[in-house]
Design a protein around this ligand. Structure first.
Ligand code: PMV
Length: 337
């Protein structure tokens, strides 16, 4: 058996605009998906998944590619998870030139599903790593990132940037602009995450922004202004000492840019009442800044605050189901055992 894990991520800046070639800066966070894979002696795929949600409900099912099991969890969750796992299996078979390889796969994750923290990317990245190793092939994190992107691209009908998969495979802070992806230096930023218990429909949200951008110049300008914020934000990170605690000045400026970025995402129609109220609660509790992370519509916000106040403030915010601190994950995909 081979066990690999990979982290989720938050967007410090740039979601949605990254779809149109603007840069984005996602940061990997210490919430991981762990995938265990054993090679079978037939060509079947059997999957068991647990803790696919942050708040601890357990999903268990088994099935093989092409047929879906009858389980007591919302069918879209199972379908979504199985789609990504199938795509990861196909990538691993292709990488190892083993089209008939069968696997027993077990997935555990403490990353909320579809909530803007890159849960599917983490499962795909860890799955490809574990399955290829099980077949005797060791891919580099960059190769895994590339194959994971292809898997996501296929499952999401072409609506995927490289941001989530690259960040999950490489770890740390990364910069993504089209096909150009690199890791960048960043100090350990004090992230607090608020989760409303829900999830957004990424495809519909991406289409909504595309539609606005096609119809209105000011929406297209809003998208490119997000790109400007990202460029200013990455300069701040580049000028900071990655090994020192972030200065008050750095946190204030990054926070201001995050607030601005959230306002523009809100203007593009991808926020929600619960995301907005968590953003405001975080700011009122003293965070340097806060914004939604990922596709939006529901799910998570990310705030910058080294003190416990923001987490506490969020916990008492109506609509917030959970709030937790998430350290920057400096390690991306890794072999666990
Ligand atoms: O919600 P997430 O973590 O899957 O992020 C979606 C980010 C978008 O920019 C909206 C789409 C993408 O593929 O980059």
């Amino acid at each position: 058996m081979t066990v690999s894990s990979a982290p989720g991520k938050v967007y410090l800046f740039g979601e949605h605009a990254v779809v149109y070639g603007e840069p984005a800066v996602p940061c990997a966070v210490e919430r991981r998906a762990t995938v265990s894979v054993s090679l079978r002696d037939d060509d079947h795929v059997r999957v068991r998944a647990e803790d696919l949600s942050l708040n601890g409900f357990t999903v268990e099912y088994s099935g093989s590619t092409g047929g879906r099991p009858d389980v007591d969890v919302p069918a879209p969750l199972v379908e979504a998870a199985m789609g990504y796992i199938d795509a990861a299996v196909e990538q691993a078979r292709d990488a190892a030139d083993a089209p008939d390889a069968g696997f027993d796969i077990s997935v555990e994750s403490d990353i909320p599903l579809g909530a803007g923290l890159g849960s599917s990317a983490a499962v795909v990245v860890a799955g490809i790593d574990a399955a290829t190793r099980e077949l005797g092939v060791e891919l580099t994190p960059r190769e895994i990132a590339d194959r994971a992107y292809r898997a996501e691209y296929e499952v999401q009908d072409g609506q995927a940037s490289r941001a989530d998969t690259f960040c999950s495979a490489m770890g740390g802070a990364v910069r993504v602009e089209g096909d150009d992806c690199k890791t960048i230096d960043a100090p350990a930023l004090p992230f607090v995450i608020g989760f409303d218990g829900g999830a957004g429909d990424t495809g519909a949200l991406v289409s909504g922004v595309r539609d606005l951008r096609d119809r209105y110049d000011f929406a297209a300008d809003t998208v490119s202004t997000i790109g400007d914020i990202v460029r200013r934000g990455e300069t701040l990170l580049a000028d900071a000492d990655p090994d020192a605690d972030p200065s008050e000045e750095l946190l204030s400026e990054l926070g201001e840019f995050m607030n601005f970025n959230h306002g523009l995402l809100e203007a593009l129609g991808v926020s929600s009442r619960s995301l907005d109220s968590m953003v405001w609660a975080a700011r009122e509790a003293g965070a340097y800044g806060a914004k939604l992370t990922g596709a939006g519509g529901g799910g998570c916000i990310v705030a910058l605050d080294p003190t416990p106040e923001t987490q506490t403030g969020l916990r008492f915010t109506p609509g917030c189901e959970d709030a937790f601190r998430a350290e920057l994950a400096t390690e991306g995909v890794r072999l666990e055992e």
